[in-house]
Design a binder for this molecule. Structure first.
Ligand SMILES: [Fe+2]
Ligand SMILES: [Fe+2]
Length: 302
């Protein structure tokens, strides 16, 4: 992927190699470190975002933060206050999955901000943008979109055709593109990941709320992980109280599935990607438990 904008001297980032050649700036490499956070679930998840993201940004040199926020408000959807809370913590871009419309605030948020995307393989009539970008302090442009899988989920448009459409329409709007693969089945996610390989910087799974142990660079240079895991309470059934879910599973009697509270963790992946190729150089899964915060001091403290 070509670099279009010459960097100013002040904007030259840590990993950039720049030289003056025949009157033109040539930018060989700019490595951008992206933190991608899996489904933020309720207050415990948002609290881990608020406590952890500023520390990771400071200690791990994160340039840009993306979060899946489909479960941020009470476990389903997002509200304006949840959005503001996470922006305040340092999240730049937000993806939403099948719970995108669960809270009515999303319609107003779509009008007020261009940082949140709904699934790209919903019909064109579905409210909300499908592609969002943010620019790092170093001047790199990162774009994001999300596609839903089709196995064991409500029927949606073909994710493969949606990917082709998205890259054709928006591929030149960002130097690096991250795709959130929001799907239930691992095979669906692997298929979509390989379809994206060599075409985007990262293809990262969400929705199942449990991190997988398969973070890897695919052969074409795309960072991939089947599911980065939720950011929320792990003493739970995918974020909800065990007793309530178990009761319904055994008796078939409906219960309100309250968001659990125990063992909150931030889960995601750090991807290092190169703006000169649009591809990844490295992926590292991230799990931060509450006890880890003791050895990860807040910014400004050592
Ligand atoms: Fe989710
Ligand atoms: Fe979901």
């Amino acid at each position: 992927m070509a670099c279009r904008n010459p960097p100013s001297a002040a904007a030259v980032p840590r990993y950039t190699l720049v030289f003056f050649d025949s009157g033109a700036w040539i930018q060989l490499t700019m490595v951008v470190r992206i933190l991608f956070i899996g489904d933020v679930v309720g207050k415990p998840g948002r609290r881990m975002v608020a406590r952890t993201v500023p520390r990771l940004v400071a200690h791990r040199g994160i340039d840009l933060v993306i979060a899946n926020a489909e479960n941020a408000a009470g476990g389903s959807g997002i509200t304006a206050s949840c959005y503001e809370e996470m922006v305040g913590a340092g999240v730049h871009l937000f993806t939403m999955g099948d719970h995108v419309y669960r809270k009515r605030d999303i319609y107003q948020l779509f009008k007020e901000t261009d940082r949140i995307v709904r699934p790209a393989n919903y019909p064109d009539e579905a409210p909300g943008p499908v592609f969002a970008t943010a620019t790092t302090k170093s001047g790199a442009t990162v774009g994001v979109f999300t596609v839903l899988g089709r196995l064991f989920m409500r029927p949606v448009d073909c994710p493969f055709r949606a990917i082709d459409r998205m890259l054709e329409r928006y591929g030149d709007r960002a130097q690096l593109i991250v795709v959130d693969i929001h799907a239930e089945a691992t095979s669906d996610k692997q298929l979509i990941g390989h379809y994206l390989d060599g075409r985007v910087a990262a293809a990262l799974g969400t929705h199942t709320h449990v991190p997988t142990a398969d973070a890897q660079l695919l052969p074409g240079g795309t960072a991939y992980m089947t599911d980065v895991g939720m950011t929320g309470p792990y003493n739970s059934i995918i974020g909800r109280r065990i007793d309530a879910v178990l009761h319904t599973a055994i008796t078939f009697e409906p219960r309100y599935f309250e968001v659990a509270t125990g063992d909150p963790r931030l889960c995601g992946a750090i991807v290092e990607a190169d703006t000169s190729t649009g591809l990844a150089k490295r992926i590292e899964p991230i799990v931060v438990r509450e006890r880890d915060l003791a050895v990860l001091p807040p910014p400004g403290q050592s």
